[in-house]
Design a protein around this ligand. Structure first.
Ligand code: ADP
Length: 349
């Protein structure tokens, strides 16, 4: 059982407020992803949980115990960094055994624990290898194993796969998810990759300027983004500023029925929820480009004022650059003053 509480934590660096009165509870066994653009305070927050930075204000507690000012080596946390920082003069076994030796464990127990964790990360039998002989993905597995072997209550991962190629990143994140679920270890995972967050998280905390923009299950964050920022950050989203009058939203000739009061509004439509219709030469929008991804195609459409939108279509072959089309949002949301004011039944289409 390990519960993490972050209460009103602020971190100021000279003139920058990196984390701003941030609060979050992570439940026992939960994997929470901190997701946000570069500079939104994710790493600083994680480093404060790990004890590598001290909060300017607020409290961090693990299982009810205040650890705000406890140094990293005395916290029940294990941190895996983007750069694995393995000890290159030691083999894999010794990289893992090091922390256990500091705890004065018997050598037979050290061997048992190291071998069990190497098996867990898929590196059984690699103990005698020098870390320099391992691939990037294997090195990152060793870094993870080195944290896990100390049996932390809370696992902290700071963009651990950022330096790996896409294919390996996807594989490793699945492995991490499996291991995390098997161990039921409470985990905080920092990423700026929305795919990674959607694939891994029990809960996503979208951060902006050191604060929480939205915190919810991945499907809720994706389908019911509470602000235009979240809508634009998670998945692909068309955001269109316009004006509502008499129940109709208008932007540069595009009109959509929208049952909200008159005023400005931002319309948000996923590419998969934007239908395009061939109108035999009379469309008000024009296809700019068609990109065929095999499984589907993405059509870039230009409105008369030059604003571009994306629509996802099953088959590229029906659509060509220069073709005039009409646009029919099948499902959409609308925002005003940074809050959702309308959401059609399933804004995801
Ligand atoms: P993220 O992990 O989301 O990219 P960071 O937590 O690294 O964001 O940074 C948040 C903000 O704090 C940024 O504006 C960054 O420049 C600033 N910052 C982070 N660490 C320091 C530091 N040691 N000294 C000064 N400013 C810092």
């Amino acid at each position: 059982m390990a519960v993490l509480e972050i209460k009103g934590v602020t971190k100021r660096f000279q003139t920058t407020t990196a984390v701003d009165a941030f609060s979050l509870n992570v439940a026992d066994g939960e994997l929470v992803c901190l997701l946000g653009p570069s500079g939104s305070g994710k790493s600083t927050l994680l480093r404060m949980v790990g004890g590598f930075e001290t909060p300017s204000d607020g409290l961090i507690a693990i299982d009810g115990e205040d650890v705000t000012r406890v140094p990293p080596e005395r916290r029940p946390t294990g941190m895996v960094f983007q750069s694995h920082a393995l000890w290159t003069h030691m083999n894999v076994f010794n990289n893992l055994a090091f922390g256990l030796k500091l705890r004065h464990l018997q050598s037979a127990e050290i061997r048992r624990k190291v071998e069990a964790v190497l098996d867990l990360v898929g590196l059984g039998g690699y103990g005698a290898r020098q870390t320099g002989q391992l691939s990037g993905g294997q090195q990152q597995r060793v870094a993870l194993a080195r944290s896990l072997v100390l049996e932390p209550k809370i696992l902290l991962l700071d963009e651990p796969f950022a330096s790996l190629d896409q294919h390996l990143r996807e594989r490793l994140r699945e492995e991490v998810r499996d291991i995390q679920q098997r161990l039921r270890i409470t985990t905080l995972f920092v990423t700026h990759g929305q795919d990674e967050a959607l694939a891994l998280a029990d809960r996503i905390v979208v951060m902006r300027d050191g604060r929480t923009e939205q915190a919810d299950r991945p499907d809720v964050v994706y389908r019911q983004p509470e602000t235009p920022f979240v809508a634009g950050f998670i998945g692909s989203m068309n955001l269109l500023d316009g004006v509502v009058a008499n129940g109709v939203f208008t932007h540069s000739g595009l009109t959509v029925p929208l049952a909200v009061s008159d005023g400005v509004a931002t319309l948000a439509v996923r590419p998969e929820a934007l239908d395009i219709v061939d109108v035999a030469g009379s469309g008000m929008a024009t296809i700019h480009r068609v990109t065929d991804y095999g499984t589907h195609a993405v059509v870039d459409i230009e409105l008369p004022d030059g604003v571009r939108l994306k629509a996802m279509v099953p088959d590229a072959r029906n659509w060509n650059a220069g073709q005039p089309v009409a646009l029919k949002p099948r499902a959409f949301a609308a925002y005003r003053d940074n809050a959702a004011i309308f959401r059609s039944l399933d804004a995801n289409g």
